[in-house]
Design a protein around this ligand. Sequence first.
Ligand code: HDE
Length: 693
Amino acid sequence: MSNDTPAAKNDLTKDGGDLHQTAAANDQPMTTNQGVVVSDDQNTLTAGPRGPQLLEDFVMREKITHFDHERIPERVVHARGYAAHGYFQTYQSHAKLTQAAFLQDPSEKTPVFCRFSTVAGRAGSFDTARDVRGFSVKFYTSAGNYDLVGNNIPVFFIQDAIKFPDLIHSVKPAPDRDFPQAQSAHDTFWDFVSLNTESMHMLMWIMSDRAIPRSFRMMEGFGVHTFRMINQQGESTFVKFHWRPKLGTFSLIWDEAVKISGADPDFHRRDLWNAIEAGDYPEWELSVQTFTEQQAEEFDFDVLDPTKILPEEIVPLTPLGKMVLNRNVDNFFAETEQVAFCPSHVVPGIDFSNDPLLQGRLFSYLDTQLSRLGSPNFHQIPVNQPKCPFANFQRDGHMQTQIPTGRVANEPNSLDDGSPRECPHSGFETYPAKEQGQKLRIRPESFADHYTQARLFWKSLTEPEKRHTVGGFSFELGKCNEVKIRKRMLGHLDNIDADLGQRVAEVLGMEGQADSIEPVVKPRDPEPSKALSQYSVAPKSLAGKKIGLLTTEGLDADLYDALRKAADEEQAMLEVIAPKAGEFETSDGKSIKPEHFLDGAPSFLFDCVVIAPAQKHADALAEQAAAVDWLRNAFSHLKVIGYNEAAKPIFQAASVAADADEGVVDLAGGDVGEFVEAAKQYRIWEREAKVRP
Ligand code: HDE
């Protein structure tokens, strides 16, 4: 073998070499995993052309064996996820609050890796299930890796980690029949939560629009638990973390979510990937609510209880900095699948509270990585490695990829003058909170109010959001066969708010059948909090949204140019849908390649739509069920619809009035301004009562 073989080229002693292996990287020959160049990757070694295969064929055996072991256990929860690289940049030094290195220098960009996920479904399930979304961020800080492992909902189902396996078993497919997949709409889930009053607040969020986000890019994130920040002087402040998307928080409509799950199961991951590829980098602001231990004692809830929020009217948000996601992964498995988040990965300046759910998580994540990734050396996988130096005397284990040198692997030692050594004055120091008490298995009384904040959430919603929440409960309880579970849940809903209970009972046809449930703590009547309603604070903007243009050959070139210009100005995307996938000519003879063909791109994949066929193809288009459904769906999903004169036969066929409301906009004359202004509202909520009475 000549010296030009890849094995000869590899410098095995180089630390942290580039582990990327891409076909395009160079003209590297294919080798076995031992570096032996493969001469034939198509044919197994046989004795004679039609003879038996030979066991000695190490090339074939290595390849098949590797394939046989390609799968690793998927995450027990949050199995389906999608991630991207980016950076975090602090707005200023937050030294008064924390010594955390990534929050000091506004000129410094800290690399991050961020993974979004659904909780209940398997890795191969669909993106738009009604579910909590995970929102995990790994900050590769100069003082070590910090993992902020949050969700897009600020509270949780349970108050104590010991209940987590039961919660998850109840929501996962039933063990006997293995369905339903990625759904909470079934008996075991509703049985469990209706027997756990502490879930009520979370149920309100999960039945609301929050659980069907429009995009990962349009989703808030929350640390959920109370954490501590510690400054250089050792002073502690309690904090709650919030991520706010620059594009605003938007959701799908349930009927849309259901249909998208069939039309594009990868709707959210495709959206994130495409936005980043297009250079349209999603951005979030990281903020904290800060409060002292004394303040915490005055709140009317316990800050250690993860089923409670701290209303922004009591403590407003302090912005810390921004996160930008600007690079897609090179390899899904190596990065997104193998990334290992652990809430116990904190850095100097950040510490825990006694929240019992958080404390349980501090144990669970490290444990799960050991079984999922198969080795205590999972920190050596590139995506998990700190980008600052790391060294200690931990040794060996499965898949050790480092080659520690030297005779000594213990501390203290006097045999080796070298590092690593502990650093008493600059290392991580736990905040010396005073703790004393009896050993007990008991839930604090201060965790006992299970309804007040559920009511707060309900009261803070706008009417369309309330309607959707009633819809969420009704849909899910309607899928629940056991009447006793429905009655129990209706009893809880009555305790949350009589109007809510009544409305859900009406949809289910179960008025007057709610169980009477005596609350342990009588719920109070809190003032609404505007920040809890996503549509009260949503920006009126098309940024990041998708305009779908259904058209035909002969498309009016002026209209097309006006739409393209408006989309660019509003930082939106315009995609063309035509009856056939091939290129066609516009009215001025220019050639256009549509992004989609009609059957493959129903209108629920877009945020607002335009229907503008050329006159001579209009009747033929109106005869196609797909075109009629396109309009009917857009209308019933409350979208803003622009149209030209030639589209009118489709309106007739779809039984949609061309002057139905302000969201149906005539584009005669080619002015798209009115359409764009209307589309910035996102949905025409007033239409909802008409299409879904
Ligand atoms: Fe998790 N959770 N969790 N969780 N969680 C996991 O860790 C767990 C909880 C969250 O993108 C697992 O690596 C327990 C709250 C996210 O890789 C596991 C309890 C919040 C992710 C686990 C909770 C979360 C996970 C499964 C109750 C929001 C995805 C695979 C005490 C603050 C991370 C893994 C990623 C993943 C345990 C509750 C968020 C099994 C025991 C509350 C975003 O360790």
